[in-house]
Design a protein around this ligand. Structure first.
Ligand code: TXA
Ligand code: MG
Length: 351
């Protein structure tokens, strides 16, 4: 398939012709990768069951893993659901447009291919101006998972999308580097108490402040074990995974630093190509290893923004093993560590 790549500038008026062209492709049943504030999305018409089928095929994604429907106005909630919980409007008022996805009961207008056969639908109103304009211009809603091949880290740069999906979709809108770099927070509103199914930039603390009690899906930080299964189907897959083995070291910074250096040195001696993923503070003192610094330790936003790109860079460098520093789980650190531990298959060493 021929994939068109078009750059946008961020000025919504001069970007209009590109967005118009993309909207037309979506109306015609095609697929367009576009920037959002969280990660790049792979969009198709949310009311077109065949477009959903094409999304699953392009990503190589299992079709029981539902898609998020992106809307342009809060009122659009009522088009997708006949039973919108009051809580949804309250959260929408506070956090939309922005990096929050809500799970609500779906109505019959939403094709079951989009929701992976579930009777609920995931809805998000993104804040990225080009994403919103694209939804408006398409005259429909846009079903969009992250624009990566299934199992690879979500794309935070247009080059990541090109790497994974060039030749498999109709168009890629290059909007430059993504602002947040981790996927949206997903909150399930179908029970009495909201439950976070995937942590993100909108933190549990912020949600609690807004609406009171908010729980965390117990499977999130432990991975799938015994009866504990994540409620978001996508969270059960080994995701975000680099090709190399990834081991996370947690503890006081001085102890972590010492252990990282000794484990890296030992692996180098064994003839392995070693990657190290650390804060700026711990980035020194490694010999013959590929060191990627994610940012300053107390700057979770910077770390979040660089994590997926770092995992992809290690793939490119073809390292055999990666040692990573664990970060604080406060605030958006919860989302950072959720992604890192998933990438590591929950291999963590406490020192
Ligand atoms: O930030 C984001 O959310 C990005 C951008 C493009 O908006 N999208 C994204 O989509 O991350 P995706 O498909 O990569 O992740 C969606 C997650 C999956 O884990 C899926 O299982 C879960 O949302 N999900 C979707 N619909 C659901 C539902 N009805 N119930 C439970 N989980 C659902
Ligand atoms: Mg994804």
């Amino acid at each position: 398939m021929n994939t068109i790549i078009e750059k946008i500038s961020g000025d919504i008026n001069s970007d209009q012709p590109v967005l118009q062209k993309a909207a037309q492709i979506i109306c015609d049943g095609g697929l367009v990768a576009f920037p959002t504030e969280t990660v790049y999305g792979l969009g198709g018409d949310a009311f077109d069951a065949q477009a959903a089928g094409r999304i699953y095929a392009a990503k190589g994604r299992p079709s029981d893993n539902p898609l998020i429907v992106h809307i342009a106005n809060i009122g659009d909630l009522d088009t997708l659901s006949d039973k919108v919980p009051d809580m949804a409007y309250r959260l929408a008022d506070m956090f939309w447009p922005g990096p929050l996805t809500m799970i609500i009961p779906k109505n019959s207008k939403v094709p079951s291919t989009v929701t992976g056969g579930l009777d609920t639908v995931a809805v998000r109103l993104p804040s990225h101006p080009a994403a919103r304009r694209l939804i408006e211009l398409s005259g429909t809603y846009i079903a969009a998972p992250s624009a990566n091949l299934s199992g690879r880290p979500s794309p935070t740069k247009a080059s990541h999308v090109i790497e994974d999906l060039f030749g498999r979709i109709d168009m890629i809108i290059d909007g430059g580097d993504i602002e947040i770099g981790l996927e949206s927070t997903i909150v399930d509103l179908t029970g009495d108490v909201p439950v976070i199914l995937r942590p993100g930039f909108v933190t549990q603390e912020a949600l609690k402040k807004a609406v009171g009690n908010v729980l965390l899906d117990p499977a999130l930080m432990t991975g799938v074990s015994g009866d504990v299964r994540p409620k978001a189907p996508g969270m059960k897959y080994r995701h975000y995974a680099p090709r190399a083995e990834l081991i996370v070291i947690e503890g006081r910074p001085s102890a972590v630093s010492e252990r990282l250096r000794s484990m890296a040195a030992e692996a180098v001696l064994q003839g392995r190509k070693v990657g190290v993923m650390v804060s700026e503070e711990l980035s020194h003192g490694f010999d013959n290893a590929e060191v990627i610094c994610l940012g300053r330790r107390n700057n979770e936003e910077e770390i979040a923004k660089h994590l997926f790109d770092a995992l992809r860079q290690f793939d490119e460098m073809q390292v055999d093993i990666i040692f990573a520093e664990a970060f604080s789980q406060e605030g958006i650190g919860q989302a950072v560590m959720n992604r890192m531990l998933k990438a590591a298959g929950h291999r963590i060493i406490k020192v």
